[in-house]
Design a binder for this molecule. Structure first.
Ligand SMILES: NC(=O)C1=CN([C@@H]2O[C@H](COP(=O)(O)OP(=O)(O)OC[C@H]3O[C@@H](n4cnc5c(N)ncnc54)[C@H](OP(=O)(O)O)[C@@H]3O)[C@@H](O)[C@H]2O)[C@@H](O)CC1
Ligand SMILES: Nc1ncnc2c1ncn2[C@@H]1O[C@H](COP(=O)(O)OP(=O)(O)O)[C@@H](O)[C@H]1O
Ligand SMILES: [Mg+2]
Length: 277
């Protein structure tokens, strides 16, 4: 088990070549924010934009569109309708994140199933929150993509892997990661980042001041933003995970709790620091 270091993050976050444009920094599609979870996808979308993604589109509950537009006008907001042609929409994106505030409704299940059936091998898929629970409930298999990243908390991992929380040892987790053939960010105190048949990485930053609803939605958004612009590998997933909790640690020097949106607001400053580090 290796520790995720500041050295790793500086190799991932590099200065931008002068002639690049938004098309070079990822076309990201986020899907979520239904039922009473509208805020989750707003937090995820904000985090994706603030982490530097080039073009961000968010598909959410129709009733959430104006709130999303007000919260983060850089995002192209799409309201869900029954006539939505999701398979042809998905084709336009490099990275798809599904799950923050998706809920467990029939609409949510249909959206997830369509994503799993439509995604192509050159695309990256991130599955978070309710989408993980739906995967487990419906016994859905993971598709073949360039990279699939699951971002469960320990209960979501129990549902997906059938490994009880008390039995979630590094060896057991790695065994299941190999079977699933997906990257897994197992969120907890000292989050672990797994890749199939690889060496697990452990975070040594972060703490209970992060125990606020939306903290994981925000992390999922950062991972999406990072995978849109940096190499699609475990180091990039680990760098996103590191910066999320590193910012929290900095804020926690003077704050009892750290809010997800405060972490997001600090992303550009911390990315600037690490790009020149
Ligand atoms: N503002 C919004 O719109 C927000 C929307 N959100 C959205 O809500 C959706 C449902 O996600 P969820 O994680 O809240 O519920 P669910 O998967 O049923 O887990 C609950 C069960 O798991 C356990 N458990 C929970 N966390 C754990 C942990 N870290 N480590 C270990 N155990 C943990 C917990 O245990 P207990 O609290 O009972 O001790 C309980 O048994 C999802 O789409 C998400 O994006 C939220 O992000 C909040 C802000
Ligand atoms: N005690 C803790 N120590 C470190 N990180 C924590 C702690 N409690 C929560 N977190 C972090 O907060 C996030 C919680 O994720 P999750 O439960 O999915 O949140 P949500 O679904 O409400 O957005 C994870 O990134 C996790 O590592
Ligand atoms: Mg979550």
């Amino acid at each position: 088990m290796d520790i995720i270091s500041e050295n790793l993050i500086k190799t991932v976050i590099t200065p931008r070549p002068l002639t690049t444009h938004k098309g070079n920094y990822g076309r990201i599609l986020l899907i979520g924010g239904f039922d009473n979870y509208h805020g989750a996808i707003i937090m995820a979308s904000k985090a994706t934009v603030f982490s530097g993604a080039g073009l961000v589109t968010t598909l959410t509950d129709q009733a959430n569109v104006s709130n999303l537009n007000i919260a983060i006008p850089e995002v192209m907001a799409l309201g869900y309708t029954k006539t939505l042609a999701l398979p042809s929409l998905i084709k336009n994106y490099d990275v798809i994140l599904i799950g923050p505030g998706l809920g467990l409704s029939k609409i949510a299940t249909n959206l997830l199933r369509t994503v799993l059936n439509s995604i192509q091998v050159n695309q990256t898929l991130i599955i978070d929150g309710s989408a993980l629970t739906l995967m487990a409930q419906n016994c859905y298999s993971l598709p073949k993509t360039a990279l699939t990243v699951l971002t469960p908390h320990t209960m979501e991992w129990q549902r997906i892997s059938n490994i009880l929380i008390k039995n979630q040892t590094v060896n057991e987790n790695q065994r299941m990661v190999n079977i699933l053939n997906a990257h897994v960010v197992l969120k907890k105190y000292h989050t672990e980042v797994y890749q199939p048949h690889g060496t697990p990485l452990r975070l040594n930053v972060g703490g209970p001041y992060q125990a606020t609803g939306g903290m994981g939605d925000t992390l999922a958004g950062i991972i999406a933003g990072f995978l849109g612009q940096f190499p699609k590998n475990q180091q990039t997933v680990a760098a996103a995970t590191f910066i999320h909790s590193k910012i929290a640690d900095e804020l926690a020097k003077t704050q009892y709790v750290v809010l997800p949106t405060q972490i997001t607001a600090k992303l550009p400053e911390f990315m600037h620091y690490y790009s020149n580090f």
